[in-house]
Design a protein around this ligand. Sequence first.
Ligand code: ADP
Length: 474
Amino acid sequence: MKNRIFHEFLKNYVVVFLMSLLAAIFVFVFLSFAGSIISKNLMKNVYSADSIMKDDYRDIETGSVIENGGGVQVVNSKYQVVYSEGIDAIGKRHLTAEEFTDFLVQSKGKGVPYHYDIKYSSKGDFWLIVTFPTSIRLDFSLVYNNEAESKDMKLVAIVFAVGIVLYLLLLAAFAVIFSRVTSVRITKPLQKLCEGTQRLREGDYSVRVELGLTNEFAQLQDTFNDMAVRIEEETALRKQSEEERKRMLLDISHDLKNPLSSVAGYAELCLKRYEADNETIRPYLEIIHKNSQRASHLLTQLFEMSQLESPFFSLKLCKTDICEYLRQVCGELLPSLEQAGIVYNFEIPEYEVYSMIDEVQMNRVFHNLAENAVRYNPEGTILSVSLTEKDGCAYVEIKDNGIGIPSAVARDIFKPFVRVDDSRNSGTGGTGLGLSIAKRIVEAHGGKLVLNTDTGLGCTFFIVIPIIQDSFSC
Ligand code: ADP
């Protein structure tokens, strides 16, 4: 960005330079054109010595010169001023030869505020001097002569060319320096503002920008800082209300858990006691029992979820051989798989692969995934569990060839309360929280839980957890 602004400035300066050069050429042409028109009408040219010259100076018509603010002097061959009227350029009646020569030389000198037109009359043997005060004059002209020595010409041309090249180089250097200086004055504050915005984007809302300027950048800085203050306040507010919401959810689910399990327990007790003798109450008791159990399950899952989100939640990690651990979990799952008529296939390596695991929490993950495979799929579904190692991670694949999850839902399946379709799931007793709880647990282990929908057949979940070295101990 810095360089782009610098180049932009450089380009602008070059354009400005070329434009000013064009303007200068135009003004120069205009002045020379206007100069030639003006000079024709200037008094000194209208009433020149030549135009009023006579053989006898007494016949000279001086009226117009005097009327137009000029002066006329006649100097004879003895350097005596024999006639003088109007502006007196000589100021003496009698001159020496040197004084007259000096006068002649000085009259052509630069900076003299008079124009002297001096003409010698050979017939009358006198000098006629017509003087006009200079109105305004700029002495600027280029003089050259074709007859000059070609060597001289060449030398002068070289000096001219070198002068022009030096001038252009100097100008280019100034343009580069000036554009760099001016671009820095823009890029520096821009850079600071960019850094601030970047930190803001990264979530550092405490960032403030101080430019120490009073121009438009200062306005931008104030707006930026105001914006950062607002975002910081709003984020803090949102965080607070989010924490309050989680706290409330945790409290409610905790407080409702006990009374609900007591309702479920008593309903079960009633069902057992009045089994034979009260056929009218029985169906109602069954409904109470079933629904209170469902509500209790939902509350348990809500409570687990709130616990996972709580700032006080922490895992009890321990170095574990995942292969051994998986064999144990699969063993625990066997009865329910066999009961549901699920065909299983476990491919767990014989060697040891270590990872830091909270076994209680990780059990929830495996049980939830296996229970889902059982709950949502028909008898005869094949469930396979395998473990592979890649890039320092253990990949536990839990795969079934059941009904699968449509890819449109798969994207959101780990979000709380997302289920494939309520009619399909009715009667399963699911809450839509199992997978989101499982994902949070795996992520708390520094791992990932992903659903691979590419297979197009059944569900393939991957639990990816980092492996640790064998020498590491907890
Ligand atoms: P639930 O308590 O409803 O099981 P989950 O978060 O565990 O909640 O699962 C969300 C939904 O994903 C389920 O309702 C079910 O529709 C679908 N699902 C999960 N696992 C499987 C699976 N192995 N086969 C088919 N559908 C599944």
